[in-house]
Write a protein that binds this ligand. Structure first.
Ligand code: TYD
Length: 250
């Protein structure tokens, strides 16, 4: 049987990483088709590889700078604003290319070998995160931003067979991020907080929704504001359907 690439996407705080961990636990216990007898590989972007760690460091540094920058901006005379903007543009481009480098290594070292072994690869974030997030950060810098980011992947990346989008209202997502940070000192100091802003996440969410509308055959949209048990149930149902289809086509 051939391998299948499935991705989980959504804005920060949508709960997809928790659901991915729950899915892994649930799958290990299910007996019988379509889950039993298939090998699963759970993975994520940014990865824990060299580039992934660099990205996390950078996101932490930029979140600190973003807070300091608000004060600096209010003190900066208008004439100097342009140079601030240029350095931000450079930083946003650098970020995109680091995510791309991480993706190239992820494909080569993890995703492609697993697909070749016939495994079901489930990636917590993948190229659509770039289209949705960097589609916002690079707006005004790159024309036709979403298309450009997508086209950058097109010649060498692999399009997922199915993508589960965990859809949630940005204000609820931000509340969840804050609750998570308050509950865990580790998350508070280590978590990438750069993107955990309601207005920003609203634009990212709109990009995800747009992608889901444009590719209804690839996207499965799950309402992530429901209780965890319901989200897990719907995710397992979606996965079962994807695997059944793969079995019948094999
Ligand atoms: P992630 O580890 O998934 O964060 P969380 O578990 O808090 O959702 O991703 C870190 C951040 O990086 C997250 O805010 C989303 C962002 N991101 C991008 O902006 N572009 C990308 O291509 C990827 C993979 C992530």
């Amino acid at each position: 049987m051939r391998g299948i690439l499935i991705t989980f996407e959504g804005i920060d705080g949508c709960g997809k990483s928790t659901i991915a961990a729950d899915v892994a636990r649930r799958i290990a216990k299910v007996e019988g088709p379509p889950f039993a007898g298939r090998r699963f590989l759970f993975t994520a972007e940014p990865t824990k590889g060299e580039e992934g760690l660099l990205i996390r460091e950078k996101l932490k540094r930029s979140s600190k700078r973003a807070v300091g920058q608000e004060v600096a901006d209010s003190l900066t005379p208008k004439a100097e604003t342009r140079s601030t903007l240029r350095s931000r543009e450079a930083e946003d481009l650098e970020e995109l290319f680091l995510f791309m480098a991480d993706h190239a290594r992820h494909l080569k070292e993890t995703v492609i070998p697993a697909l070749e072994r016939g495994e079901i690869v489930i990636s917590d974030r993948y190229s659509d995160s770039r289209v949705a997030y960097q589609g916002v950060t690079l707006q005004g810098i790159i024309p036709r931003t979403l298309e450009w980011v997508r086209e950058l992947h097109q010649p060498w990346s692999i399009v997922p067979e199915r993508t589960i989008l965990f859809s949630i209202d940005p204000s609820l997502a931000v509340q969840r991020c804050r609750a998570r940070a308050d509950g865990s000192p580790k998350e508070k100091t280590n978590g990438p907080e750069k993107f955990e802003d309601e207005e920003f996440l609203g634009e990212v969410a709109a990009n995800f929704e747009l992608m889901a509308r444009n590719e209804p055959e690839r996207f499965v949209v799950i309402d992530a504001a429901q209780g965890k048990a319901e989200v897990l149930k719907e995710t397992m149902e979606a996965l079962a359907e994807i695997l059944e289809k793969n079995r019948s086509e094999a």
